[in-house]
Design a protein. Structure first.
Length: 250
């Protein structure tokens, strides 16, 4: 009989313990949330508007501030591909290098092989039929980009590489444009290896293609009118973003 009498008391005690535990959890949860609640409602510092300033001179009072500067980008020194000796009066010089290689395409047990221009090395050692479809083991030249060394927006110096890192032309709101070149622009030691055709350089015969041939073409991002937002650091503008409504003029 004693055991039967204690069962209701144990049940009540268990319910009390559970209720206390739930109340403590709710109290602790609200305590941890309360300091964070105002943060969600507060405006972010990044939303602060940039101060529009002139590009004609640098005001030390704006040091470290987010500013907006408009004007024409100018180049003190052009962008240059030092490997091939190609230069361009542009913010960025883009080199696209491709090699003629075999490409395997298989559908089930059937495989076909085509000659394609590719900027990446295609590993022919993994082909099902390797005989007669061997690719070179390395790329003699690769795709690359080259920034102008000294770009200015009025009195401010601009890092062209930083502009390029923001998805190339997206920072300037323009797309790269073709930049035709000829073998005559190459140094004499390289002109022997390349020949020009329609503004593209070929290491090989463009009329009689062979596996391992290389072709090199160029594009540029020209200087022009821009509207840039960035942090003023001395005479530099550390670009944060650009205004998509203002396009550079070639």
């Amino acid at each position: 009989m004693a055991k039967s009498t204690n069962r209701p008391n144990l049940l009540v005690l268990a319910l009390v313990v559970i209720a206390v535990a739930v109340a403590a959890y709710v109290w602790l949860h609200r305590r941890h949330e309360s300091p964070e609640a105002p943060v969600d409602k507060a405006p972010a510092a990044a939303t602060a508007e940039a101060l529009a300033i002139s590009s004609d001179h640098i005001d030390p009072a704006n040091e470290g501030r987010l500013v907006k500067v408009s004007g024409d980008l100018t180049l003190e020194r052009p962008a240059s591909d030092t490997q091939l000796g190609i230069t361009a009066d542009a913010i960025m010089l883009l080199r696209f290098a491709e090699m003629l290689q075999w490409r395997e395409q298989c559908a089930g047990a059937n495989c076909t092989y085509q000659q394609v221009w590719s900027p990446q090395l295609i590993a022919s050692g993994k082909f099902r039929v390797q005989d007669g479809h061997k690719n070179p083991d390395r790329l003699p030249i690769t795709t690359a980009r080259f920034s102008a060394n000294d770009v200015r927006l009025g009195a401010f110096r601009i890092d062209a590489a930083a502009l390029g890192n923001q998805r190339l032309g997206s920072s300037l709101q323009t797309r790269p444009v073709p930049y035709p070149v000829d073998a005559s622009k190459l140094p004499s030691n390289l002109a022997i290896s390349f020949r020009g055709s329609n503004g593209v350089l070929y290491a090989g015969d463009p009329e009689h293609r062979a596996i391992g041939d290389v072709r090199v073409s160029y594009r540029i991002i020209p200087a022009g009118k821009v509207d840039l937002v960035g942090i003023q650091r001395g005479d530099r503008l550390i670009v944060q973003k650009s205004n998509p409504s203002l396009l550079p003029q070639p």
